[in-house]
Design a protein around this ligand. Structure first.
Ligand code: AOF
Ligand code: ZN
Length: 328
């Protein structure tokens, strides 16, 4: 199954809105006879990719490993379950059940007398967390990036923020942006920093259309401006959840949020963030009037704090980059 995960990741950035899927086929003696993966959206599924490589049917009586339940529907390709039955496999080991309501592969396999079992489910679900969110919620997967001092400040009280992190960390942000379909920011950030935010698709939350068209951000890429003219308000602010759903309808499956503490705090409170990428510079501002990464309010108990799980940490230049996923 770990080999399936490794193969699946080769499809990173090329398969969305489909999942990343890898497949390993063993013959009746447990010897690996074929491997495959889902290479690109619309192309063969992992199981088909692996099984079609076999000249004689070495898979007969063998085991097929795949990190997602094989499909049973006619989509861009015929059902993988049919091919598995045709090739007479004895056992199928999956990582997770498919969340696509059109798919009911496990029952089809069981009905045909094939053994099915699940292994490493948590890891399989983590690998395809973007697909799961997209498919079950019809909304993009949202990662918020922030960069702070060790005491969680993103700027001094004058607004001075250039630069908290090292050049290497900033270069990493440029690279990271390319992994997302869209960058989302606020008019506050654009007015304060006038960033260029080089990207093919950018969304600015600008309720009162305060950002002028000659701002750097307009000089490149496609821009979606959400304002009171095209977006409903919720408690006097733009309904960000509505904006995310609109972006999804335009084929945006992943969003990278780069903003200040007000929007970050609001999105966190409203449960709109899936992950946080936090850069931490080896600096302490030591001023409580400095600006915070998350600017919510009225939280009186530590037990009310949002919980996250650190899943990756690395040093970039002189800074740390902590990647974490929200938990309940
Ligand atoms: C698998 N193996 O490698 C993939 C699966 O219409 P299609 O062909 O693009 O089918 C997309 C759906 O098929 C997708 O939402 C997911 O449920 C499943 N993708 N299934 O068994 C694969 N990519
Ligand atoms: Zn399939």
């Amino acid at each position: 199954m770990r080999e399936c995960f490794r193969l699946a990741k080769k499809g990173f950035g090329k398969v969305l809105p489909n999942p990343m899927v890898g497949c390993v086929v063993l013959d009746r003696n447990g010897k690996v006879v074929s491997k495959g993966y889902h290479k690109k959206y619309g192309e063969n599924h992992a199981e088909r990719d692996a099984l079609l490589k076999l000249k004689n049917n070495e898979a007969e009586g063998g085991t097929l490993y795949v990190n997602l339940e094989p499909c049973s529907h006619y989509g861009k390709t015929p059902p993988c379950v049919d091919l598995i039955l045709e090739r007479k496999l004895k056992r199928v080991v999956i990582g997770m059940k498919d969340v696509n309501p059109k798919v009911d592969g496990i029952s089809k396999l069981l009905e045909a007398g094939i053994e099915v079992c699940t292994v490493l489910e948590d890891e399989a679900r983590f690998l395809n967390r973007v697909f799961i969110k997209n498919m079950t919620r019809q909304t993009p997967y949202v990662v918020l990036k922030t960069a702070s001092t060790m005491d969680g400040k993103i700027a001094a009280n004058t607004g001075s923020s250039k630069w908290i992190t090292s050049e290497e960390a900033r270069a990493e942000v440029y690279r990271m942006r390319r992994e997302f379909d869209c960058i989302l920011t606020s008019s506050n950030t654009v007015l304060a920093d006038n960033p260029r935010m080089e990207h093919q698709f950018k969304c600015i939350l600008d309720k009162d259309l305060r950002v002028q068209r000659d701002a750097e951000i307009f000089k490149q890429g496609k821009i979606y401006v959400a304002s009171r003219e095209n977006t409903p308000l919720k408690s006097g602010h733009l309904d960000v959840e509505y904006v995310l759903r609109e972006l999804y309808k335009q084929g945006i499956y992943t969003v990278f949020v780069e903003c200040g503490g007000t929007l970050a705090g609001a999105m966190l409170r409203e449960g709109l963030i899936d992950e946080v990428y936090q850069f931490i510079a080896p600096k302490i501002l030591n001023d409580n009037s400095g600006l915070s990464c998350f600017n919510g309010s009225n939280v009186s108990e530590i037990s009310e704090a949002q919980r996250l799980k650190f899943y990756d940490i690395k040093k970039i230049g002189s800074d740390l980059l902590i990647k974490c996923i929200l938990t309940t």
